[in-house]
Design a binder for this molecule. Sequence first.
Ligand SMILES: [Zn+2]
Ligand SMILES: [Zn+2]
Length: 245
Amino acid sequence: MLKQFKADLHIHTCLSPCSDWDMSPKKIIRRSLDKGLDLIAICDHNTAENVGAVMKAGKDQGLWVLPGIEICSKEEVHILALFDELDTTLTMQDYVYANLTGNNKPEVFGYQIVANEHDEVLGENPRLLIGATQLGIYDIVEKTHSLGGLSLSSHVDRTAYGVIGQLGFIPSDLKIDGVEVSYRVSLDKAGDEVAGIGKFPCTTASDAHFLDDIGKVWTVFVIAQPSIDEIQRALRGKDGRRIMI
Ligand SMILES: [Zn+2]
Ligand SMILES: [Zn+2]
């Protein structure tokens, strides 16, 4: 049976240097439930080290959490990689870490807090998570798919770190599953308002860096259960699965 899932598939935690300290696992879950969300995805910059904690916190409170990473390509394009399983996400993280150099300067870029599901601080991540990886956009999409994941091009309407802002267009042979527009564009008008995304399935998400951003915008997926396969089918409009506009 198909159900509607109100989903915000792009939320950062306190591990992202540009995120608020309040973006801790329990607080993210509490705010997501307050906003009536059924499904969220955690996507920190170039890391998934807080994903497991948010998944556990979500399980405790009855909110479904998909694991993910927002990867910065060498072209400085942000691409979301979402998965079903934490283990697969950590395999993707290994691939990202192997192609990410530099150390964080917390006083310049911000603190990168690793937390557990009880909102206790476990430590800081020393890597330059805000940096660009040495991975091209094609490498990221291909690796995501080889691990069974979903690949979405982040905030395509934004100049900074959006694929169109960085490259001028979306390469037609880039095998992304869809694009994400920011809160600045309404989902029903996105195809008209953002040049060059017409042929791609379109989603929207908050890209929350602060608690108040969570659920600012969302996408309703009509799917059987929250899984990458079901979301992919919804993006393609297959088997009755769809995105409600
Ligand atoms: Zn981004
Ligand atoms: Zn983001």
